[in-house]
Design a protein around this ligand. Structure first.
Ligand code: HEC
Length: 152
């Protein structure tokens, strides 16, 4: 009897988790049409993202007016940056600030200093920029450690 209750509560937990995922902000992957990385690079330059960003492996023309930070995009990362993350970073820059150590440089009053381009950038430019940036990231596996297995 006790075991059955236990199982029932585990089942309830799973139902609960499943229910959590069905909200408006469920963890569903965003599926974008295929972007054009070359057009994305052009949009990145013409929208002057280069005022604050350099891109790994590329020497992009500088923006007319340089921003207060220079932050590298692309390069080696330990975890795949999903389209989800890239799109979120561009359309909602203040969503995730905490990882950065230099918070005072990248945010003012909790808002990212990165401009919101939502009224300026076309959806096609967004898709292309994401394809462009996605192509500049390289996933590098962290060395993994094998823990000894003790048998007593
Ligand atoms: C005025 C400076 C500034 C400009 C201009 C700017 N950004 Fe940013 N961007 C930032 C800062 C600061 C961050 C880090 C904090 C954050 O996420 O807002 C950032 C973060 C990002 C990230 C997330 C990087 C990561 O590793 O999580 C992406 C992607 C990005 N920017 C793309 C763009 C694109 C595309 C443009 C042009 C359309 C642009 N940025 C223009 C300042 C800027």
């Amino acid at each position: 009897m006790k075991k059955a209750t236990h199982l029932a509560s585990i089942a309830a937990l799973f139902v609960g988790l499943a229910a959590c995922q069905s909200g408006a902000n469920s963890g569903q992957q965003l599926v974008l049409p295929e972007g054009d990385a070359t057009a994305g690079q052009e949009a990145f330059v013409s929208l002057e993202c280069t005022a604050c960003h350099t891109v790994s492996g590329l020497d992009l023309p500088a923006a007319e007016e340089m921003g207060p930070v220079t932050m590298l995009l692309g390069g080696n990362v330990s975890k795949v940056k999903s389209y989800n993350e890239l799109v979120t970073s561009v359309i909602n820059p203040s969503h995730k600030l905490a990882r950065n150590l230099f918070k005072q440089e990248i945010a003012q009053n909790g808002e990212s200093i990165m401009p919101v381009y939502n009224d300026v950038m076309t959806v096609t430019q967004l898709i292309d920029i994401v394809a462009f940036l996605d192509s500049r990231y390289e996933v590098v596996k962290r060395p993994s450690y094998r823990y000894p297995v003790y048998t007593y």
